[in-house]
Design a protein around this ligand. Structure first.
Ligand code: NDP
Length: 461
């Protein structure tokens, strides 16, 4: 893998030097990986113009079957360069290589393959016989799944005939920049995909640009709210995928060992930097002791450390700022009276690290039961009846995902029917597939990504 010392912006199929530079670091070592550009308002404007020209002259006119060829080509190049992308993602983000290699990158390729398949079949997707694209999409993505969020945004946009200006997160721009190289390698017409790196101001310039027709954002509820305000009153189409505080509900008839694996996967996967993480464990009182003992035993086996070691389970926290947020909320949890527990584990001296942590004795009033911590921290609550489980699970401003663990199919369906969450996993957690839609209720945002439903956001319907 070859990281360049400095990267420009990818605009109209070419690399252009920007005015402002910043650094991206490896969160596991704090070493600088590369210099990247922070795009200014006028640089964003140039990118949007390039996307507009490509939309009008080339991409929206191209038959779907031709667009599909480019998407298939991109998907295959991603597969060919999978190792390189996985290592780069782990270096820039801090996530374990096992996850970037086995989850992120294969799903990225799968998304491009999946939406390549739709490009010439849009007339059969249920949005009328000849659905039209929207125009230029301004897309802003977070740092927790950098390349995967790029795929979720770019693949459906391109399949439907839109062109794209995408801003990756400030702390994780590198795989998006390599993706730009992949677009060049695939001979994608110039301007169809433009990548502008930068911070919040760059994102703001992009989503508020008057010539952007569609805004797609994944990130915090706070920024999502600001974006919703800034586009209100315009004709822009918007999808927001925001925070979550998912309940993972374990009933007393659940297979306990499997449930413990699911709880661990639900909250410690990707250091808990997952919007749909199972961060509130709801355990039926009669099996509480058994579940908790199993969970502690399992947590003691988790390996925290070097993200590039394939035995690592929990990597580095993505940034110093995020580590600070996790520490602050965890300290508040302890101050409010919940009992804190972490297995003994040695953390590396340099870099940003947080030991896997659980809080017991948590009540619904505690901030750690209500706010998104976005780290490897689990709040454990209990319930007695199924109705109480549902009531507690829904007692949140969010509504992105939930999990149900039980032996009975009827109980799965009964519970899932009553949960106000976009995705409900049954006897599993954090499973993703390009064919299934994903999105939230309430403060978790609106619109769906993935599957046939995900096409709607990029079609003029
Ligand atoms: P943000 O929502 O700030 O970042 C998401 C993306 O939006 C980034 O690319 C960011 O740029 C960009 N952005 C920031 N401000 C604006 C703006 N005004 N207009 C347009 N784009 C903007 O998340 P943070 O990284 O600050 O994380 C804060 C908290 O948000 C986390 O602790 C976590 O709780 C939650 N979060 C939730 C995610 C989810 O998927 N649900 C994902 C990420 C965070 P830049 O990176 O430069 O700031």
């Amino acid at each position: 893998m070859d990281i360049k010392p400095a990267y420009g912006l990818f605009v109209n199929g070419e690399w252009v030097d920007g005015e402002v530079r910043n650094k991206t670091v490896n969160p596991a070592t704090e070493e600088v990986l590369a210099e990247v550009t922070w795009a200014t308002e006028s640089e964003v404007d140039t990118a949007v113009r390039a996307a507009r020209a490509a939309y009008e002259n080339v991409w929206s006119r191209m038959p779907g079957r031709e667009r599909a060829k480019y998407l298939f080509r991109i998907a295959r190049i991603i597969q060919e360069r999978a190792r390189e992308l996985a290592v780069l993602e782990s270096l820039d983000n801090g996530k374990p290589i096992r996850e970037s290699r086995d989850v992120d990158v294969p799903l990225v390729a799968a998304h491009f393959f999946y939406y390549a398949g739709w490009a010439d079949k849009l007339g059969y997707a249920g949005f009328g016989p000849d659905p039209r694209p929207i125009g230029v999409a301004g897309q802003v993505i977070p740092w927790n799944f950098p390349l995967l969020m790029l795929a979720w945004k770019i693949a459906p946009a391109l399949a439907c005939g839109n062109t794209v200006v995408l801003k990756p997160a400030e702390t994780t721009p590198l795989t998006a920049l390599v993706f730009a190289e992949i677009c060049q390698e695939a001979d994608l017409p110039p301007g169809v995909v433009n990548i502008v790196t930068g911070a919040g101001e760059t994102g703001h310039a992009l989503v508020s640009h008057p010539d952007v027709n569609k805004v797609a954002f994944t990130g915090s509820t706070e920024v999502g709210r600001a974006i919703a305000k800034s586009v209100a009153g315009t004709r822009k189409k918007v999808t927001l995928e925001l925070g979550g505080k998912a309940a993972n509900i374990v009933f007393d008839d659940a297979p306990i060992d499997q449930a413990v694996e699911g709880i661990v996967n639900g909250i410690f996967f990707n250091q808990g930097h997952v919007c749909c993480a199972g961060s509130r464990l709801l355990v039926q009182e009669s099996v509480y002791d058994e579940v908790l003992a199993g969970l502690k035993r399992r947590m003691a086996l988790l390996r925290v450390g070097d993200p590039l070691d394939k035995n690592t389970d929990i990597g580095a926290i993505n940034s110093a700022a995020q580590l600070e947020r996790i520490r602050t909320l965890s300290d508040i949890g302890a101050e409010e009276g919940a009992a804190r527990w972490s297995p003994p584990c040695e953390l590396p001296d340099r870099g940003f690290w947080f030991a896997p942590t659980i809080f017991t004795g948590v009540t619904q009033a505690h901030r750690i039961a209500r706010e998104e911590i976005f780290g490897p921290v689990l709040s454990v609550l209990t319930f007695r009846t199924p109705a109480e489980a549902v009531e507690k699970a829904n007692n949140t401003p969010y509504g992105l995902s939930a999990g149900v663990w039980t032996d009975k199919g009827s109980r799965i369906l009964w519970t899932a029917d009553r949960l106000r969450a976009g995705v409900v996993w049954a006897n599993t957690f954090n499973k993703f597939d390009p064919a299934s839609p994903f999105g939230g209720y309430k403060e978790s945002g609106y619109g769906r990504e993935g599957g046939r439903h995900g096409l709607e956001a990029y079609l003029d319907v």
